[in-house]
Design a binder for this molecule. Structure first.
Ligand SMILES: Nc1ncnc2c1ncn2[C@@H]1O[C@H](COP(=O)(O)OP(=O)(O)OP(=O)(O)O)[C@@H](O)[C@H]1O
Ligand SMILES: [Mg+2]
Length: 318
């Protein structure tokens, strides 16, 4: 079957605030192929986590369509959605705050079975917990440890084991390594890559750090103030960034190469407010390439080279 595992169409998530509607996610569309990874990047508050949570229907989308393996999630009944969720999981940034401090490793990993009333036999569950610990590289001797007795890497392995418990095909990874030391980051990323190969997983990998997703993602999508502004295969995005915001993000990645060709682009101006944003380019007040049109109309995503989409009036193909 060649249909994508996930299709997101015109997804919007607005929050009511005392000052008006906050457009956290504003008309985002993309598809995700089976077994692939889409990196979702952008600065704090641009709507990455809200996009991930809305796709899993953990927060109710304002409008749009989420089609997972041919199923329209927003048309499912609550019980159908609960069943569907076994196939769609999430890994959080800070496993310490997402784990219950009173639960041992075993209790934390078997919680998804209890919630979904699966594997009721205690011995069977114990066997499954041990198998999951092996899968994520957690030593079996840690089975009765508590989260505070473990380091960040091991805690994140528990988070991954919990996400894998119900055998999902799709996982939203929300900054899964951002709280970890660099050496541990690499171990966890390698584990996730290995699991993807072995289990055929599809990832939406959320991060503010482009260097983390460079070697991890097949495609990268860049968000700015609730909008997706560019999406491309990873190498194309690094070789030919087209949106001025993407260029600024890439120029900020520290690289040890003294021959670096591009100067760091410092963003000037304030991030505009996500509340009732004007129908113009949301990046125009900070953009060095802005023309009059950018302050009159809102650019739409269009494909400028195969698989390379951008929403900028100035961008052309290459
Ligand atoms: N429950 C909520 N109620 C009101 N506003 C919210 C809510 N959740 C998120 N927001 C707002 O929506 C916008 C997007 O937030 P979101 O957490 O998705 O950003 P993010 O890209 O994940 O940021 P970060 O990198 O800091 O995690 C922000 O302006 C945030 O303040
Ligand atoms: Mg977030």
């Amino acid at each position: 079957m060649n249909t994508p595992l996930l299709e997101v169409k015109n997804l919007k998530k607005y929050f009511k605030t005392p000052n008006g509607m906050l457009h956290a996610v504003d008309d985002v569309s993309f598809t995700l192929e089976r077994g692939s990874t889409l990196g979702l990047v952008g600065e704090s508050g641009c709507g990455k986590s809200t996009t991930g949570r809305a796709i899993l229907c953990l927060t109710e989308p304002t409008s749009g369509q989420i089609i997972f393996d041919g199923q329209h999630l927003m048309k499912l009944s609550p019980s159908e959605l609960r069943r569907q969720r076994q196939d769609m999981q999430i890994i959080f940034q800070d496993p310490y705050s997402s784990l219950d401090p009173r639960f041992t490793v075993a209790q934390a990993i078997e919680e998804p079975f209890r919630i979904h009333k699966l594997i009721m036999d205690k011995r069977e569950r114990h066997k499954k917990v041990l198998a999951l610990m092996d899968t994520v590289g957690l030593a079996r001797r840690l089975i009765n440890s508590y989260p505070h007795e473990l380091d960040g890497g091991r805690r994140q392995r528990i988070g991954i084991a919990r996400a894998l418990a119900l055998g999902p095909r799709f996982i939203v990874c929300d900054e899964p390594v951002s709280a970890l030391d660099v050496s541990i980051q690499a171990q966890i990323l390698n584990l996730m890559k290995q699991l993807q190969r072995e289990l055929g997983l599809t990832y939406l990998f959320i991060t503010h750090d482009l260097s983390v997703v460079r070697h991890f993602s097949d495609d990268i999508a860049v968000m700015y103030l609730g909008r997706m502004v560019e999406k491309a295969p990873t190498e194309a995005l690094f070789a030919h960034p087209l949106h001025p915001y993407t260029k600024a993000l890439l120029s900020a990645i520290p690289i040890p190469d003294i021959d670096r060709r591009t100067e760091r682009i410092l963003l000037k101006g304030e991030l505009s407010s996500p509340i009732e944003p004007a129908k113009i380019c949301r990046f125009s007040n900070r953009c060095g390439e802005c023309i009059d049109l950018c302050k009159e109309e809102e650019p739409l995503m269009h494909e400028v080279s195969p698989g390379h989409f951008v929403s900028c009036f100035r961008a052309s193909g290459y």
